[in-house]
Design a protein around this ligand. Structure first.
Ligand code: MSP
Length: 519
């Protein structure tokens, strides 16, 4: 069931504010994986969206004198605008205020109720509005939420409860599953350790405000925002409305989340699915937290940088590349303007961009911009065997890294090939071949290089789609890389003889690192 489609999700983002670098990080990495899987020939369903209910949003709207929905309608376009600017290729975008979500959530809740998986009780305790989560004293540092620095509010209400505690053993079994349900392993250990200490039943409704989806059998309650938000992963793929779609897409292959929301995704979400005997997601992968210049992101300290602030200087390809390459996915990381400029210049402008410029310029100069005929086996030397071998091993390493959800390793592997191609230029010295008049050897070398650019366009498209498509066209290819398939196309020796090449402007013009940072 559901294994024909590769289904991946990002969290749905709270729209109490505009997106920052941390939000874009999850989405960019997910997009890289989605595009890679598509080129592997998989049918992909990539979902993102917005989480619009709850106290945090209600208060944000109130502070602006707006109704919650008026506020979310204003701000959601700012998020969509960013995903467009970053070339995010999501197949769907779900807003929790949409009817398709609200209806399906009610179906889900009613089903829990009908199965006796809901009871009425009283909740007395602490609530952090920033986290939209209940807290126990052990979660706090000096009485404050460590993430938001605020003192949680005391809440006492009649609430409906979900009997989370009874799922303890089944959850522990789930964490032992192979392939692992929770990754990376340190996160698995963290969540398993916490669950072993015992689980409290979960309050799943609120009566003190009404910005949420009503409990279907008791509309004086709204559903706790997290319970309803998690369900977006199934309401968007036909749960309760389109059984055929639901059967083919669900369960998710991977939910990408930040480490701060691990508990919801690896405890509450699977337990709720277990309660309805629904299939469980294959994996929840929790990435680390980003800091800016070594500090927590914060608007007041100028570390709350909008991704849009970086695009005029770096462009969307370099933005995507930097975050996926610089930070080990799963670990905490740090953004700085200087490291972004340095990586842009070294990897994109120098290694990759220069390679493309040099090869296309030589093809123009020595071959009048026409791809020569492919070399015969007896025309290949050890140098060609070496570069082809490097492509094959780099590509294999990339495939494995993507399977392991290690985008940084995938890109590192790609650059082994980029550097090898540069070394091949130095070793074969086409300019000397041109002088010596060995025209067939010159053709063999330039064919090999043009074909290497073609291969690079294919394997880098998932992370730098604009430059890859541009390079593809400059190599005289028609069509779009998006319709290629790795199994067919990611093989050496396939650039077509006779293709007309174009030199064009640098794909990644160098940035002056000294003047790049805004003052
Ligand atoms: N609405 C919930 C998610 C519901 S999913 C059913 C939520 N939203 S959020 O907007 O606060 O956060 C969304 C994601 O952004 C989380 O995965 C979180 O980890 C990530 N990040 C927020 N700040 C971040 C950093 N500073 N660094 C990296 N990721 C961060 O939680």
């Amino acid at each position: 069931m559901g294994d024909d489609v590769f289904y991946l999700t990002t969290p749905i983002y709270y729209v109490n504010d505009v997106p920052h670098l941390g939000h874009a990080y999850t989405t960019v990495v997910a997009d890289f994986i989605a595009r890679w899987r598509r080129l592997q020939g998989r049918e992909v369903h990539f979902l993102t969206g917005t989480d619009e209910h709850g106290l945090k949003i209600a208060r944000t709207a109130e502070a602006r004198g707006l109704k919650p929905k008026e506020w979310t309608d204003q701000i959601v376009p700012r998020w969509i605008e960013l995903w467009d600017a970053l070339d995010i290729s999501n197949d769907d975008f779900i807003r929790t205020t949409e009817e398709r979500h609200e209806e399906a959530v009610q179906t889900f809740m009613q089903a829990l109720h009908d199965r006796g998986e809901v009871y009425l009780g009283t909740y007395e305790g602490l609530y952090c509005v920033g986290c939209e989560a209940f807290k126990v004293p052990e979660d706090l540092v000096d009485g404050r939420c460590p993430l938001h620095g605020t003192v949680p509010e005391v809440v006492e209400e009649d609430n409906y409860f979900f009997p989370l505690s009874k799922y303890k053993e089944r959850l522990i079994e789930l964490y032992r599953r192979d392939p692992p349900f929770v990754a990376p392993e340190a996160r698995r250990n963290e969540v398993e350790g916490k669950v072993k200490q015992g689980l409290e039943d979960l309050s799943i409704s609120r009566t003190s405000f009404d910005w949420g989806i009503p409990i279907p059998w008791d509309t004086s309650h709204v559903i706790y925002v997290w319970v309803e938000a998690l369900q977006n992963y199934i309401t968007a793929v036909g749960y309760g409305s389109d059984p055929a779609m639901f059967a083919s897409v669900w369960p998710a292959d991977v939910h990408f989340v930040g480490k701060d929301i691990l508990w919801f995704h690896t405890v509450i979400w699977p337990a709720m699915l277990m309660a309805l005997d629904l299939p469980l997601p294959h994996k929840v992968f929790a990435h680390g937290y980003l800091q800016v210049g070594g500090e927590k992101m914060s608007k007041s300290k100028l570390t709350g940088i909008s991704p849009l602030d970086l695009l005029p200087t770096f462009g969307s390809d370099a933005y995507r590349y930097y975050f996926a390459r610089e930070i080990s996915f799963g670990m905490d990381g740090n953004f700085s303007w200087e490291s972004m400029a340095a990586r842009y210049n070294s990897d994109l402008a120098n290694d990759f961009g220069n390679l493309a410029s040099r090869v296309l310029t030589m093809a123009q100069r020595y071959l009048s911009g026409v791809v020569p005929s492919a070399p015969q086996a007896d025309e290949l030397t050890g140098s060609e065997a070496d570069i082809i071998e490097t492509f094959i091993s780099s590509f294999r390493a990339m495939e494995q890294a993507v399977d392991e959800l290690a985008p940084h390793d995938a890109l590192r592997a790609a650059w082994v090939f980029v550097r090898k191609a540069n070394a091949y230029v130095e070793a074969t010295t086409p300019w000397a071949l041109a002088k010596s008049g060995d025209s067939r050897r010159l053709e063999v070398v330039l064919y090999t290089l043009l074909d290497s650019l073609r291969l690079l366009a294919l394997i880098l498209w998932p992370i730098i789609p604009r430059a890859a498509d541009e390079l593809w066209r400059r190599l005289g290819n028609t069509g779009s890389i998006s319709t290629a398939t790795y199994g067919v196309d990611a093989r050496p020796g396939l650039i077509a003889a006779g293709n007309a090449t174009v030199v064009g402007a640098p794909l990644f013009p160098r940035i002056d690192e000294a003047v790049a940072a805004p003052r």
